[in-house]
Design a protein. Structure first.
Length: 330
């Protein structure tokens, strides 16, 4: 099969399309999927740079954390899927290829109205957003949610999910254009971040009538920690999903204690098979029906053929993308 291969850690020139061995017929509860589209994630860029190695069991040199396609073969213990089923799902790596082997429990059915390119833009961001907001932060109707990097894949997914439960979203970005586009997907309030994130605090308090936000979904990391703590309401919950601005910051324990705040970090890729299965099951139960009804939708920046994977990486590194970058696998 053809696959994207990282020949060595480094720049986009280290990415090549190569002929590699097709995954073997699946055993036990595994499913082999014929991949028709996959999406690019920040983790793929970091893996290419040598800064985010693949977890145990995933291909070390073939990136790709999500995919959409058709079931090709199933293992003898699989009961929920059959050859030809349209599926999308997550994996620890290897999805930027024509075939991928995954546990059956890491798959969900693709709604009929989504083509494979649209479907590939869904799993990683919607599973991450749903898990962070509802499983981790226990979001409730009527609450206020601060979403950093609102124009990102996880950001746009989160904004839509927040709206479906009657909560309110406050989104931030360094780019006004991204925030304007995010309002089309249900963003309630948009805040442009300048050089000092602390400038957000007063604006957030005004928007929440002095109470602060109940939940923070932070895809940025260190640079925003102090502002997050100050902008949170008593009993607020912060879920850290990304560290693009750095992974180390100073935490005001006194303020955290006086506000009785909860701070949690989360990742999807490094979780156990069982944890990923649970997150996928909840996604299939709660999010796939919303996709089928058109209440939430994938947000796609650009679709590239697999042969243009270098251009796709450069697009992501430019930080100009709004939504997901998809690779179409011929």
């Amino acid at each position: 099969m053809k696959a994207v291969v990282i020949t060595e850690p480094g720049g986009v020139e280290s990415l090549e399309i190569q002929e590699v061995e097709t995954p073997p017929p699946p055993t036990a509860d595994r499913v082999r999927v014929r991949v028709y589209a996959s999406a690019l994630n920040r983790a793929d860029v970091l893996q290419r740079m040598g800064r985010y190695p693949a977890p145990s069991g995933a291909p070390a040199n073939i990136p790709g954390l999500e995919f959409a396609g058709e079931v090709d073969l199933v293992g003898p213990e699989v009961r929920d899927w059959k050859t030809g089923d349209r599926v999308f799902g997550i994996c620890g790596g290897g999805a930027h290829a024509q075939y991928v082997n995954v546990p059956a429990s890491h798959l969900a059915p693709v709604p009929a109205q989504l083509d494979f390119s649209a479907a590939a833009a869904v799993p990683e961001v919607f599973i991450t957003a749903h898990d962070a907001l509802f499983t981790q932060a226990h979001l409730q109707p009527g609450e206020n949610v601060l979403v950093h990097a609102a124009g990102s894949g996880v950001g746009t997914a989160a904004i839509q999910l927040i709206r479906t439960v009657g909560a309110r979203s406050i989104g931030t970005s360094r780019t006004a254009d991204k925030l304007e586009r995010a309002t089309q997907f249900g963003l309630d309030h948009a805040l442009v971040v300048g050089d000092d994130p602390l400038s957000l605090v007063n604006e957030i308090r005004e928007l929440t009538h002095g109470e602060g936000v109940d939940v923070v979904l932070d895809l940025v990391g260190a640079a925003y920690l102090d502002a997050n703590i100050r902008a949170m309401a008593n009993g607020g919950r912060m879920i850290l999903v990304g560290t693009t601005s750095g992974a180390k910051a100073t935490l005001d324990f006194g303020l955290m204690m006086s506000k009785r705040l909860t701070l949690k970090g989360t990742v999807l890729r490094a979780r156990s098979v069982e944890e990923k299965a649970t997150a996928t099951r909840l996604f299939a139960k709660h999010v796939v029906p919303l996709l089928a009804e058109g209440l939430v939708k994938p947000v796609i920046d650009r679709v590239y053929p697999l042969t243009e994977v270098r251009e796709a990486h450069m697009r992501m590194e430019s930080n100009e993308n709004f939504g997901k970058i998809v690779l179409k696998v011929s």
